[in-house]
Design a protein around this ligand. Structure first.
Ligand SMILES: Cc1ncc(COP(=O)(O)O)c(C=O)c1O
Length: 388
């Protein structure tokens, strides 16, 4: 299968990863077991979290976190309108209602004024998303939605820090993804960091059908099942791969950060391009390098022109063998949400503009500087067309 010459992303696998994947075959224990436990320990140590629970994806991790925290029917949960659809879907899985809040087009993260509006009247929880690896403003969440549970969607947040502390460890729970477009990968996979040990225990039960072991009961007998549960377990193949991926996570992040700094320097004078925001007092995880196409003002009045121009730019890059993708989508405008909740672009205009005008450039640890120079030259050769 031949792909683009310069892909958007490419995971890094080495001989340690290959050996790790074979290890469970030797013992025959391939479902959640000792390798998953070792991955959980490595992830907790890396992020500084007191505990970590692995599961089958960030989507199932978000569902587990919300369910274990007691989010259920009748509850309202604030979700940024610009995120992967999974953030909102997890709320619906619990029978609760997502309340979409707009994002700031300069950061792609929750806009504090929109959060304040969405939280008016009381909400059970807020799900700040550290989109593309940029830490969300968690102080604003605490100030504007006091008393609400906080479930950080840190699917893209590995290596993102605020004041030295890893994202995903600030809220009641933080959830990470190991999909291949993320900083480290286990194919599919997720990790939940729960602040409260009781919540951790509950979500560990719920990821495995709601069952718990009973101290003193004979090991050949079954446990009890006090919770509604799911099968959201990670396999031991994934756990083993997770351990070797975590061993190189800091090195992979350093390389992504260096490449992002190089894009920043080489593209700084392209006046029609909005470059990714830098975190104030924190570290960017650089899951993706997402720009805004903005020869015109990034607002609803110009959204169709921006969208056409952004697509022309992506086609131009694609013709040169350079793969790009829109940053992510505006969930309130996806058919399911738009139709079932009666939403429109004006409800969250920043998210809609970001959906229509953003694009991610190739960023992965093995991207060479020569390849990066090609990407930059191709962008510079593009004529955006500035008519309003
Ligand atoms: C912000 C966000 N949340 C949740 C998810 C879902 O992650 P997963 O694919 O591991 O279920 C993603 C995946 O891209 C994401 O970007």
């Amino acid at each position: 299968m031949s792909g683009p010459r310069i892909p958007l992303a490419r995971p890094v696998f080495d001989d340690d990863d290959r050996a790790a994947l074979l290890a469970p075959l030797e013992t025959g224990w391939v479902v959640q077991g000792p390798h998953v436990a070792a991955f959980e320990a490595a992830f907790a140590a890396y992020t500084g979290a007191p505990r970590a629970a692995a599961c089958s994806s960030a989507t199932t991790g978000l569902h587990l976190a919300l369910a274990a925290l007691g989010v259920g029917p009748g509850d309202r949960v604030v979700v940024p309108a610009l995120t992967w659809v999974a953030t909102a879907n997890a709320v619906l899985y619990c029978g609760a209602t997502p309340v979409f809040a707009d994002v700031d087009v300069a950061t792609f993260n929750l806009a504090p004024d929109a959060l304040a509006r969405a939280a008016r009247g009381g909400v059970k929880a807020v799900m700040p998303v550290h989109l593309f690896g940029l830490p969300a403003d968690l102080d604003a969440v605490a100030a504007l939605a006091p008393g609400a549970l906080v479930v950080e969607d840190a699917a893209c947040g590995l290596d993102a820090r605020v004041g030295g502390r890893h994202v995903g460890t600030f809220g009641d729970a933080g959830v990470f993804s190991f999909h291949p477009r993320k900083a480290v990968t286990t194919g599919e996979g997720g990790m939940v960091l729960a602040a409260d040990p009781a919540v951790d225990a509950r979500l560990r039960a719920q990821r495995s059908h709601g069952g718990v072991g009973v101290p003193g009961r004979a090991p050949f007998l079954m446990g009890d099942f006090p919770h509604l549960g799911f099968n959201y377990r990670m396999t031991d193949f994934q756990g083993a791969l997770g351990v070797t991926q975590m061993a190189k996570a800091a090195r992979l992040h350093a390389r992504r950060a260096a490449l992002a700094a190089r894009y920043n320097a080489l593209l700084a004078d392209v006046d029609w391009l909005g470059l990714p925001a830098e975190p104030a007092g924190g570290v960017h995880g650089w899951q993706a390098y997402v720009c805004l196409y903005r020869p015109q003002a990034p607002d609803l009045a110009h959204v169709d022109a921006l969208h056409a121009g952004r697509n022309r730019l992506m086609a131009h890059l694609g013709a040169l063998g350079i793969e790009t993708r829109p940053g992510t989508h505006a969930v309130h405008m996806l058919d399911f949400y738009r139709e079932s909740m009666g939403l429109c672009a004006e409800d969250c205009p920043g998210a809609w503009v970001a959906d229509r005008a953003s694009f991610a450039l190739p960023l992965f640890p093995t991207l060479t500087e020569a390849e990066q120079d090609e990407v930059v030259a191709a962008i510079r050769a593009f004529e955006p067309g500035r008519a309003a």
